[in-house]
Design a protein around this ligand. Structure first.
Ligand SMILES: *Cc1c(COP(=O)(O)O)cnc(C)c1O
Length: 358
């Protein structure tokens, strides 16, 4: 066996493009168009000194405590990481150590199959129904045993949210597996199952600062679950890298959590623009499901998604498109500012006209 044979072969997750030039309308990776809370901006100016020469707190106590207080849970129920990608990756490694396949939908966050492959976790991708909805029975572990369940709610890239009762039904039917609910977009109007972590010891709820808190660049994600699950994640994390989160990030994370009113203002603005965008795109002839996220999953019947995607990019407008059979005519459009959206509508109208007259 050569050393090449011993290298890990993995097809990595492909992140959305991060164009570095100015003057683009960037609606391709679900960032928030508004700045983070004023206190975050204020605090970030303080970090020029001494503190950087010391290691940060491996237990991320100040941020975990702020999040625990925010959610009204004990700090032993909170785990913070470097983006929810880090948190989910640690969760996969912590909870899915069996020979049974873990389950998640065929259309969902594309990182799940990558972690499963990397960590040699068997997995089954279960087709969503024709309306991109989850069929809860497909996930009943008490009917057919599984190694674990991962559900994004609201789901991405579909933008569709299920109720807390719907998600609880899946949890109730999986007493013997960990159920991970990825609530990356829940702040934009969906029902959360976070409170159910008190009732179900095998439930982990994952959140991120990247979308609703306008802090994609700083990398903060966290999980809330039973002390048993959180302790397992801490043991796994401490076996990889103790000092995951730096001083600056911890302090800025706390500042964000403490400004509830700014947070609510930004959410109100984004959801208002989202509802207007949905109506506007529907009026243009797009099929757009109701969204509980900060993006829309739109299809224009008769015009290929790739065509609109490519034409928008020529105009410095970035949205997301995947060459995947069931969704290849769909575009995932992040909600930008009202001004950005106006430009998007105008350009899309021109692109569709041009396609019809070609
Ligand atoms: C954006 C996203 C994440 C990752 O977010 P980070 O906290 O920036 O790593 C995780 N899950 C879903 C469903 C997402 O859309």
């Amino acid at each position: 066996m050569s050393f090449e044979d011993k290298l890990r072969k993995i097809k990595p997750y492909v992140a959305g493009e991060q164009p570095q030039q100015e003057n683009v309308i960037k609606l391709n990776t679900n960032e928030n168009p508004y700045p983070p809370a004023p206190e975050v901006q204020e605090k970030s100016r303080e970090f020029v000194t001494d503190i950087l020469k010391k290691y940060p707190d491996p237990d991320i106590h100040l941020l975990n405590a702020a999040l625990a207080k925010y959610h009204g849970v004990d700090e032993s129920r909170v785990f913070s990481g470097v983006g929810s990608d880090d948190v989910l990756s640690v969760a996969f490694l912590s909870f899915f150590d069996s020979d049974l396949p873990i389950l998640f939908p065929d259309i969902t966050y594309a990182f799940y199959p990558v972690w499963a492959t990397l960590y040699r976790i068997p997995f089954t991708e279960i087709p969503l129904d024709e309306n991109f909805r989850i069929r809860p029975e497909d996930y009943y572990g008490d009917v057919k045993p599984n190694g674990g369940v991962v559900i994004a709610n609201p789901n991405a890239p579909t933008s569709i949210a299920e109720s807390a009762a719907f998600i609880e039904d899946i949890i109730r039917h999986n007493p013997d597996s960990v159920v991970v609910v990825d609530e990356a977009y829940v702040d934009f109007g969906a029902e959360s199952v976070l409170e159910l972590t008190e009732k179900y010891e095998n439930l982990l709820v994952v959140r991120t600062f990247s979308k609703s808190r306008s802090m994609a660049g700083i990398r903060i994600g966290y999980a809330v679950g039973s002390p048993k699950l959180i302790a397992t994640m801490n043991a796994v994390k401490q076996s990889i890298n103790s000092y995951t989160m730096n001083h600056i990030t911890i302090a800025l994370g706390v500042a964000s959590v403490e400004d509830e009113s700014y947070f609510r203002d930004v959410l109100a603005k984004v959801t208002k623009t989202r509802e207007a965008a949905k109506e506007r795109l529907r009026a243009m002839g797009f099929i757009v499901p109701d969204s509980k996220t900060n993006f829309l999953f739109a299809e224009y019947p008769g015009v290929p998604g790739e065509y609109i995607f490519t034409e928008l990019k020529k105009r410095n407008i970035y949205v997301r498109w995947w060459p995947k059979e069931r969704i290849k005519n769909r575009l995932r459009i992040t909600i930008g500012t009202d001004a950005e959206m106006e430009t998007v509508y105008k350009e899309i109208e021109k692109i569709i006209e041009a396609y019809k007259n070609r």
